[in-house]
Design a protein around this ligand. Sequence first.
Ligand code: ATP
Ligand code: MG
Length: 433
Amino acid sequence: MPQIEQSAIEQSSNARILTVNAEILSVGTELLLGQIVDTHAPVMARILAECGIGCTRRSTIGDNWDRLVGALQESLSRADVVVTIGGLGPTQDDLTRDAIAAALGDEMEHVAEYEQELRDLFASRGFRWTESIARQADKPKCARFVDNPHGTAPGLICQKAGKVVVALPGPKGEFDPMAKGPVRTFFEGLGGGVIHSRTLRIIGMGESHVEDLVRDLMEGENPTVAPYAHTGEVHLRVTARAQTREEAEALIEPVHQQIRSVLGDHLFGTDETTLEQSVVDLLKSQGSLVGVAESMTGGGLAARLTAVPGSSEVFRGGVVTYQLAAKVSLLGVGEATLKEHGPVSEAVAREMAEGARRVLGVDYALSITGNAGPTSDVDGKPVGLVFVGCAGPDGVEVQEQRFRGVREDIQRRASQTALSMLRTQLAAAAQKG
Ligand code: ATP
Ligand code: MG
């Protein structure tokens, strides 16, 4: 089993778990120019976490000898493990192999048997041989090759002076199988256990407010708790390091319960549970139907509900009433109301919700009217002003909001508010029994 030398490893507070840190170096000028997107580094970061290896930095470096060797040396000065992605091919700009040797102070050697394999392969396929292809049979002396059944450049696992450098090829068809196969197996053997996270999703509370309430828990080391702001919701990521995933879950669970007791109903789901999913679940458990009346979201709210599998049980349908005439003819909004208050108003949101509840014959109806910008609309209301209505068995509630951001942000926040209001009403109904 491959082992990092003890000197490179620091013992964590949990004595059974070794703390191994890694950095990822993505190599390629086209990444720096923005011509391709680095999709491999996040894949590698997840694999490292699943193997209990903490990824402490990710960098991107061009196909330049001095900068590449420099970056490798810097990473090696900080981390136990350095993973490079790309630059293993046969061409002049593929520098990774030699740069790793230079950074580790190692010599290059040529593996004649592998060159012969390559020559045989090219001959059998009738491909033209050029001398540069033989470079792929070079490796730092301390390295071993990792098989690349989908390409010609093997990967490398180099171990020297307590440090590990793992090099993977760039093409996706070669990177993916190597990263998820032999490289992952190698990382599992480094004895790091697992790093496992659970994401708790929170609605109706800002990031700082959430942080204030869970400050004590954020001081813990295992698990760690960290807040992230998303459009219209806050996520708390609870991350534990343990020998197995089950042990990590067992460390996370009590912290999850503590957070639940502090945040109550604001916590609407974990991991992949979306707000619309949690709303659909509540509607199902109560046997209630919902419908929507939308103006400035143009069907976006309905789209979010229909994105939830099985929502046909609880979502009856919706209307998009963009122009005034549609609000009047389809929802029965009063012409006088429109004239007196304008389409972006509390009164219109209220009549839209009531109208939708009546027309669609549902228990709950949501309405959205607002000005998503970028310019102020006809009735001169400011950009970002949104009224969201929620009509239910106990009457209609309307919230006035002033959102900031571009058009899509404002639309997203409007549908987020609508779902959140419905969720609150459903939670209240559940409590009443
Ligand atoms: P080759 O043998 O094809 O030269 P290589 O190992 O030298 O492979 P690169 O030349 O760096 O790899 O990249 C080859 C291709 O792989 C790129 O054009 C790109 O399509 C893809 N690629 C490289 N790095 C990444 C990355 N980090 N994320 C996504 N795709 C990448
Ligand atoms: Mg290349």
